[in-house]
Design a protein around this ligand. Structure first.
Ligand code: 1CP
Length: 338
C-alpha cells in the first residue's frame, strides 16, 4: 500500500481517518543501506550542511520502507553549535560537546549563527517531495542540557543530576536558555514547512518524579502551550511510562509510549483524550520479523481504545535491524482498518 499523502497524514493526526499512520524514530539511520552509502562519502556534519542530501536522505525510508512520514535528517545536538558549544561526532560514540560551557555561558540559539542547513533542508524536501509529510524535531530541555553538562551522552542522567544538586540555580538558567532556543528552532522548522514537531526528550525518563516536575515539566508546560498554537506536537521520552502522570498535564497532541508500558493503560494514566504514539520494542523489530508482527497486531488491537494513534517503535531503530522487518511491520499497520 502506498504511503499517506500529506493531507491524509494531517487528517490522521486529527483522528479523522480509518488508516493509522506509521513512521519510525531514527528511520534514516545506520540500518538503512541508502544512509550507509551516503555516509561512506560524507560525515554527519557535511550531510547537514547540504540541503539536497538532507532532503534525499529524509525521503529514503519513505521510498525504501514505506513509512507515511519523513523526519528531517539532522541531529538534536547540532543547534548547540549556534549556542557557543563545539559539537563533534565520533564513530560508535555519538555527539561530543568539546567545549563544555558553564551554564551562564550558553547563548540563546541564533539562526544567523547556525552553520547547518536545517531550514534549507526542509525547504528542499518540500520542493522535491511536495506531497510527502515531514516531521521536524528538537531535543527536550533536560536532554540538551545533559549534552552541555556531560559533554556526551549521559543516558541515565547521572552527571546531569549531580549538577542539579550542586548548582540548581545554574541548571535552571541553562534550561531557560535551552527552552527559548527549542522554541526558536521549532518555529523556524514550522515556517520552513514541517507538518509536526517531535520533542525528543530522550533521557528525561531517568529523572525521579519530583525532579521531572521541577526540571522538566516546568519547562515543557510553556513550551507545549506555545507549540500547540502553531503546529502539531509529539512528546517523546524514553521510559516515559515512569513519568506519565507528570506528562498528563502538558498541552501536547501526542505522547510517545515506551515498550514496557501497555498502550491503553498509558492512555488512562494520561487522563484520556490525548493522541498516543508507539510502542513496538526496537529490539524485537531488530531480532525477529515474526515476533515483530505478532506484537504489532497486539498493539493495533490495543490502539482501538485510543482516539488518535500513530504507530511507531518505543525508541529508535537499532543499527542492525533488517530493513525488511520494518517493511513487514509497515504493511501490517497499513492493512489494519480501525
Ligand atoms: O536517524 C534518523 O532518522 C536521522 C535523523 C536523526 C535523528 C532523529 C539523527 C541523525 N539524530 C536524531 C535524533 C537524536 N540524536 C536523538 C533523539 C533520538 C534518540 O533518543 O535516539 C539523540 C539522543 C541524538 C544524539 C545522538 N546522535 C547519539 C547518542 C544517542 C544514541 O542514540 O546513542 C548518537 C549516537 C548520534 C549520532 C547520529 N545522529 C544521527 C545519525 C544518523 C547518527 C549517527 C549514526 C551513525 O551513523 O553512526
Amino acid at each position: 500500500m502506498i504511503p499517506m499523502a500529506r493531507n491524509v497524514f494531517l487528517a490522521a493526526l486529527e483522528g479523522r481517518t480509518e488508516r493509522i499512520p506509521v513512521w519510525f524514530m531514527r528511520q534514516a539511520g545506520r540500518y538503512l543501506p541508502a544512509y550507509r552509502e551516503i555516509r561512506s562519502r560524507k560525515n554527519i556534519q557535511e550531510i547537514c550542511k547540504d540541503p539536497k542530501t538532507m532532503a534525499d536522505l529524509s525521503y529514503a525510508p519513505v521510498r525504501d520502507i514505506g513509512v507515511d512520514a519523513a523526519i528531517i535528517f539532522y541531529d538534536i545536538t547540532l543547534p548547540l553549535q549556534a549556542m557557543d558549544c563545539d559539537v563533534e561526532f565520533v564513530d560508535s560514540v555519538g555527539p561530543i560537546v568539546k567545549t563544555v560551557r558553564k551554564p551562564g555561558e550558553i547563548k540563546k540559539y541564533s539562526k544567523s549563527e547556525d552553520k547547518y542547513a536545517l531550514t534549507d533542508g526542509i525547504r528542499e524536501f518540500r520542493k522535491s517531495y511536495p506531497g510527502v509529510p515531514i516531521i521536524g524535531f528538537a531535543g527536550g530541555p533536560i536532554t540538551l542540557a545533559s549534552y552541555v553538562i556531560a559533554g556526551r551522552t549521559d543516558r541515565d542522567l547521572l552527571l546531569t543530576r549531580k549538577k542539579l544538586y550542586e548548582d540548581s540555580a545554574g541548571l535552571h538558567r541553562l534550561l531557560e536558555t535551552l527552552n527559548d532556543s527549542i522554541l526558536s528552532i521549532s518555529k523556524a522548522q514550522t515556517n520552513a514547512g514541517v507538518d509536526a514537531i517531535q520533542i525528543f526528550d530522550s533521557w528525561s525518563g531517568s529523572l525521579s518524579s519530583h525532579e521531572f516536575e521541577d526540571y522538566t515539566r516546568e519547562y515543557l508546560k510553556p513550551l507545549f502551550d506555545e507549540l500547540s498554537s502553531f503546529t502539531k506536537s509529539i512528546y517523546f521520552a524514553s521510559n516515559s511510562g515512569r513519568v506519565l502522570e507528570n506528562i498528563a498535564t502538558l498541552d501536547v497532541d501526542f505522547v510517545s509510549i515506551d515498550p514496557h508500558t501497555n498502550l491503553t493503560k498509558a492512555y488512562d494514566r494520561l487522563g484520556g483524550g490525548v493522541g498516543i504514539q508507539g510502542n513496538l520494542d526496537s529490539f524485537t523489530a531488530a531480532s525477529s520479523a515474526k515476533d515483530a508482527l505478532l506484537q504489532t497486531r497486539k498493539i493495533l488491537a490495543e490502539s482501538k481504545k485510543v482516539d488518535r494513534f500513530i504507530f511507531n517503535l518505543g525508541h529508535g531503530v537499532l543499527p542492525g535491524t533488517p530493513p525488511e522487518n520494518l517493511t513487514k511491520v509497515v504493511n501490517e499497520v497499513h492493512s489494519f482498518v480501525r
